[in-house]
Ligand binder design. Structure first.
Ligand SMILES: Nc1ncnc2c1ncn2[C@@H]1O[C@H](COP(=O)(O)OP(=O)(O)OP(=O)(O)O)[C@@H](O)[C@H]1O
Length: 245
């Protein structure tokens, strides 16, 4: 059974269709990357996968359970970061991580140790007692990632997690993700950085105009060229179908 299974997902914003018949399976023990241009539909797909928006069609299952029916324990096994990292501005970094652990069901007796572990893992120690509102953007992103990881989730959904990280942060996140999936967790990660994706992902799905148009080989020689060839072929096919109408 997949950690995350998406079948025939469709969504419109008003009159604009942004996801068309999307199928995606995220297996345990691997990072699955989602790449595509700005506006391709990555965040919308992830929001629908996490039940943040109700799609117009299709079904999403986490550990075999439809998201609408997932209970607190089920959500406690999920960690996510979508768009701006969620932090409580008035709380310190350590308090934010502690709160995230508690909100994901970690018992009070264990939450402090979990927060400390994440402070070390993401090299946030020197900022531990700083209010989150005073952090730089990249460190806020680290706190958001820490909040997604602190409870030891079995499924991670991360939307452009490296967008504001410095190279040291990118490296730390890569190591953390690979360590997590080595324990059998699953991760869906969107990115614009094909070279970064190639280092962590076992599978790379390409989304274009709201459709999954294919998979790239992360070990392939020229990922960028393969990416552009794939989206170009999808555009050509769309034009061909349009002229037949
Ligand atoms: N709340 C909304 N209302 C209307 N349209 C929206 C809304 N959110 C997203 N869209 C549109 O849906 C399409 C897909 O957006 P989405 O944010 O999913 O793309 P993305 O692949 O995540 O892009 P990016 O790489 O820029 O983050 C875009 O055309 C976007 O303008």
């Amino acid at each position: 059974m997949s950690a995350l299974q998406i079948r025939h997902l469709a969504h419109r914003y008003g009159n604009t269709a942004v996801l068309h018949d999307v199928d995606l399976s995220i297996a345990r023990g691997e990072v699955h990357a989602l790449v595509g241009f700005n506006g391709a539909g990555k965040s919308t797909l992830m929001r629908a996968a996490l039940g943040m928006i109700r799609p117009d069609g299709g079904v999403v299952r986490i550990d075999g359970v439809e998201v609408a029916h997932l209970d607190n324990a089920g959500w406690g096994r999920v960690g996510h970061l979508i768009d701006t990292p969620f932090v409580y501005p008035e709380l310190t970094v350590r308090e934010n991580l502690w709160a995230a652990a508690r909100l994901h069901g970690v018992p009070a007796a264990a939450a402090g140790a979990r927060a400390d572990r994440v402070l070390a893992d993401l090299e946030l120690g020197q900022w531990a007692e700083r209010r989150a509102s005073t952090l730089s953007q990249g460190n806020r992103q680290r706190v958001g990632l820490g909040s997604a990881l602190v409870h030891g989730p079995r499924l991670l959904v991360l939307d452009e997690p490296t967008s504001t990280l410095d190279p040291a942060g990118v490296l730390l996140l890569r190591e953390l993700l690979l360590a997590r999936v080595a324990t059998g967790a699953a991760a869906l990660v969107s990115s614009h950085h094909l070279d970064e994706v190639a280092r962590i992902a076992a599978r790379v799905s390409v989304i274009h105009d709201g459709t999954i148009v294919g998979e790239l080989d992360p070990h392939g020689v020229d990922l960028e060229r393969a990416f552009f060839a794939m989206v170009h072929a999808a555009d050509e096919e769309a034009r061909r179908v349009e002229t037949l109408r």
